[in-house]
Design a protein around this ligand. Structure first.
Ligand SMILES: [Mn+2]
Length: 329
């Protein structure tokens, strides 16, 4: 009997819950934790309440087999709850989050529920240390998040892409953005492409929803990651990539966004890629209607986990690679 051997009404998918310090003899393969911080937003706050609403929404999925992957992650998942973190200073948040993330990543394939998007920089720092090489990134967002400052401060929820590239946490040529459409200076909007990455704007994806319609987009991503040596991939999914019709509950909604089907097709068809972790951020339930946003977020996280399970051979390769690679920056 381990600490993970009980279900919790408060967990994602009602999975086994575990305190962050708990250690099982045989940890489950996947871990999930909330990072309930929204102190670095530029517009409407409230994403600190994202994790609990995403968990609640996930309970609709808790006893179900995924319709495409035909698996369930329920017995392979532990929910570590919301991490104990400061909720005002971003610097204090960063200092507290990264060591906790590193510890959890050392024993589980982690999924993180935000929180605003500033948390991703800390998670990438931890993941970079864990895998021992720069990561490729699949980044769903309405916003490019490449701003070089946050209203005069060095860091916020719209600077993490710029910072991650500048710090060498990621391979800029293996950085793929999807759904970008917000207003912004051209140098910010083009930044990832200028550094050699790929940007699929929301406009360029209009009308493309099925696997066939998205075949060229999918091929371009897979070819790029293969060319870059199939680096470990990190998935960062800002729920505002979706059109506000599908995800009104977010702090910085941008009309003209992706459909839920577009995101699901991409997640499903990319499930054979070398993902090592995921975050889903910017769910702000106070602006939601009928739980649309938290339902979408829960479904995306569930789909990601099921995709990992369905492609277990990819994950085994990843573990072999990590075990053969010394960690550290
Ligand atoms: Mn965004």
């Amino acid at each position: 009997m381990t600490d993970f051997a009980f279900r919790s009404e408060h967990s994602f998918l009602k999975a086994a819950s575990a305190a962050p310090t708990a250690r099982a003899e045989q940890p489950p393969r996947f871990g999930l934790a909330g990072v309930a911080y929204d102190g670095a937003v530029t517009n409407r706050p409230g994403a600190r309440f994202g994790p609990r609403e995403i968990r609640l929404a996930s309970h609709m999925l808790c006893d179900a087999i995924h319709p495409h992957f035909d698996v369930s992650p329920i017995d392979h998942l532990a929910d570590f709850g919301d991490l104990p973190l400061p909720n005002t200073s971003l610097a204090a948040l960063r200092a507290a989050l990264e060591p906790q993330a590193r510890e959890l990543m050392a024993s589980q394939h982690m999924v993180w529920l935000g929180g605003d998007h500033s948390i991703t920089l800390s998670l990438l720092r931890a993941a970079r240390a864990q895998v021992g090489q720069p990561l490729g990134v699949l980044h769903f967002d309405a916003h490019c998040d490449t701003w070089t400052d946050h209203f005069g401060e060095p860091s916020g929820h719209g600077t993490w892409v710029y910072e991650a590239i500048e710090e060498g946490l990621v391979d800029p040529q293996a950085f793929v953005q999807v759904g970008i459409r917000s207003a912004g200076q051209r140098e910010a909007r083009d930044f990832v492409q200028q550094r050699g990455g790929i940007i699929h704007t929301a406009r360029s994806l209009r009308g493309l929803e099925s696997p066939n319609q998205l075949a060229a987009v999918l091929a371009s991503m897979k070819a790029r990651w293969a060319e870059r040596g199939s680096p470990p991939l990190y998935l960062s999914l800002d729920i505002d990539c979706l059109d506000p019709a599908f995800a009104p509950g977010t702090g910085t909604p941008e009309p003209g966004g992706l459909t839920t089907n577009q995101v699901l097709t991409l997640l499903e068809e990319l499930a054979d890629q070398n993902f090592v972790g995921m975050d889903c951020v910017e769910v702000a339930p106070a602006y939601d209607h009928a739980d649309l946003t938290s339902n979408a977020a829960a479904n995306f996280v569930w789909t990601y986990l099921c995709g990992r399970l369905a492609h277990a051979d990819v994950a085994r390769d990843r573990h072999a690679k990590i075990n053969a690679t010394p960690t550290g920056r």
